[in-house]
Design a protein around this ligand. Structure first.
Ligand code: ZN
Length: 247
């Protein structure tokens, strides 16, 4: 980046190193929103709603080695999302065993990156959970349900057929007393993290498991569809900053 290097402690391994300008959401997910068509970047809670996004969320977070480690599972996860999205009409989609752990790690890494970065100041996890995820990602031993259980759905947005070109930065919704669901969406796939734990499985294999490598993608619940539609309507209406295509 312009020949200027910043050194500091890597947020994952703690080693002093030249810090990489890490993407919080994958660069290729940003690229999708820049293609022609209905491009939307929604950063809920901060009034950012761009119809024609040109800015990536990046921050100086990781050393080169940790960035490389992240890009390994991220590459597998992104490919799995692309393959799954083509099956979005199906009632459920069984995730290939080889992609399950990568998708879980990817989900945690996005929530973690969004939380530790000051770029997305509207999304923050408690320090203890940031540390839990840092240790899990650096050791490769991921939490198991019900702790911070991960589940995945196909994104559905009213009046927005090309959901794979929609980027939704992490946000959270209160489920019941003390329980929250955290979400983000890239490649037309919605990732959920049940915080601090999930109550129970509503459907078999609802939660991804890194120990037995199982996971399914379900359609969004009706109330979740409505919540997401409402967020788009609300953010578009209240946006502090709206960019529209020049054409
Ligand atoms: Zn590192």
């Amino acid at each position: 980046m312009m020949g200027v290097e910043t050194t500091g402690p890597c947020r994952l391994c703690g080693q002093n190193a030249v810090l990489q300008n890490s993407h919080i959401l994958p660069a290729s997910a940003h690229r999708n929103t820049k293609q022609n068509g209905r491009n939307v970047l929604l950063a809920s809670g901060n009034g950012i709603f761009k119809r024609n996004n040109q800015t990536d969320f990046t921050d100086l977070l990781l050393c080169f080695t940790c960035e490389q480690e992240f890009s390994k599972f991220e590459g597998v996860a992104i490919e799995a999302c692309r393959v799954a999205w083509r099956e979005r009409g199906a009632a459920t989609y069984v995730v290939p065993a080889g992609a399950v752990a990568a998708l879980i790690a990817f989900a945690y890494s996005v929530f973690w990156r969004a939380s530790i970065s000051s770029r997305l100041g509207f999304y923050k996890l408690p320090g203890t959970v940031e540390e839990r995820l840092r240790l899990a990602l650096s050791a490769g031993s991921l939490p198991l349900p019900p702790e911070l259980a991960i589940s995945v759905s196909f994104l559905k947005v009213l009046d927005l057929p090309l959901t794979d070109r929609t980027l939704m930065a992490p946000w959270k919704d209160r489920l019941t007393a003390g329980l929250e669901v955290h979400y983000f969406s890239v490649f037309g796939i919605v990732f959920r993290m049940n915080f601090p734990y999930a109550l129970h499985e509503i459907e078999t294999d609802e939660f991804f498991r890194s120990d037995i490598l199982t996971g399914r993608i379900f359609p969004l619940k009706k109330w979740e569809e409505e919540m997401i539609d409402n967020r788009f309507t609300y953010e578009a209406f209240h946006a502090k900053f709206v960019e529209r295509p020049s054409t």
